[in-house]
Ligand binder design. Structure first.
Ligand SMILES: O=C(O)CCC(=O)C(=O)O
Length: 295
């Protein structure tokens, strides 16, 4: 992702927000869900997208899979019977993603979960595991890979296919309260971000999973999970009869500040440090404010 090449974001679509946006957001993320998000750092959101919104997102995902961006990476081994592909920062070129981001209640739900007045887009991330993918997604936090400080943040993980319990995203409840843990490359475990020894290493969560508060939900299309960028999470393999096409989109709240790094973040925002000082709010065209809607 480069600030030099990214086009200016499209303004919210005409007719946005729809009259029912705030009501839908308060229904899917009612006070009990918001409280659970604050306490656990992860919640399930049943029926977040309606069938028309889901179809639009599916079109966006299929378009992305047919034409991955130059930023796409293969996250499975060559001998994996399936295939795990990720892509980043595609929304400026993908109308299905744009519609999903600006024309659904996502931003309004984000503001509620974060207990923030405003919600601005951070970035999008596609994660698809094709049938039979053996590759697990290892336990990790997201924020140590990023260029932001602050607590008011949320990521949505939105599958367009049914996801079984053993293939879904799992969370260690409460881990969003910290500490920050060492980010490593998923397949070769290299420390490419924070220098070796500068953050604590991850505990062996799998070895202790029976006594840990692990959350995870089987999901139907239209459902999603929402999680804090410090919540430890991981995902399982997928069965041979299932695709697992997922769109993840991440939002920032009022307290988030720019934290430029001396290394390349994941995803990268090349050149941003020249345009947005350290400690500044993320007030930049790459991160359009989406809630509350402009007057
Ligand atoms: O989809 C996956 O397998 C992992 C998702 C993930 O780590 C994320 O969205 O941050």
């Amino acid at each position: 992702m480069s600030t030099a090449t990214a086009p200016l974001p499209a303004p919210p679509h005409p007719g946005w927000p729809r009259a029912d946006t705030a009501v839908r957001a308060a229904t899917v993320a009612d006070d009990a869900v918001v409280e659970a998000y604050q306490r656990d750092g992860a919640v399930v959101l049943r029926g977040l997208l309606n069938p028309a919104e889901l179809n639009r997102l599916r079109e966006g995902l299929d378009e992305n899979l047919a034409r991955p961006s130059p930023r796409a990476i293969v996250a499975s081994q060559p001998d994996d019977p399936g295939f795990f592909i990720e892509d980043f920062g595609c929304w400026p070129d993908n109308a299905g993603y744009r519609d999903t981001i600006v024309s659904t209640p996502l931003a309004a739900v984000a503001a509620r979960l974060m207990r923030s007045h405003g919600a601005r887009l951070y970035h999008d991330h596609m994660l698809t595991k094709e049938p039979g993918t053996r590759q697990k997604t290892p336990w990790h936090q997201d924020q140590p890979y990023y260029n932001i400080d602050g607590l008011q943040n949320v990521s949505f993980w939105i599958p367009v296919d049914p996801v079984r319990r053993h293939s879904t995203l799992e969370f260690l409840a409460g881990s969003h309260r910290g500490p920050w843990l060492m980010p490593r490359t998923f397949m070769t475990h290299q420390a490419r971000w924070f220098p070796e020894g500068s953050l604590a290493e991850l505990p062996d969560i799998e070895a202790e999973r029976d006594r840990l508060p692990i959350l995870g939900w089987a999901l139907e299309p239209g459902d999603a999970v929402a999680f804090h960028m410090l919540t430890l999470h991981a995902a399982g393999p997928v069965d041979g009869d299932r695709r697992r096409r997922v769109f993840s989109v991440r939002f920032l709240g009022d307290d988030i500040r720019h934290a430029p790094r001396s290394w390349r973040t994941s995803p990268p925002f090349d050149g941003l440090a020249d345009e947005l000082p350290a400690g500044a709010p993320m007030d930049h065209p790459l991160f359009p404010p989406l809630w509350p809607p402009a007057a």
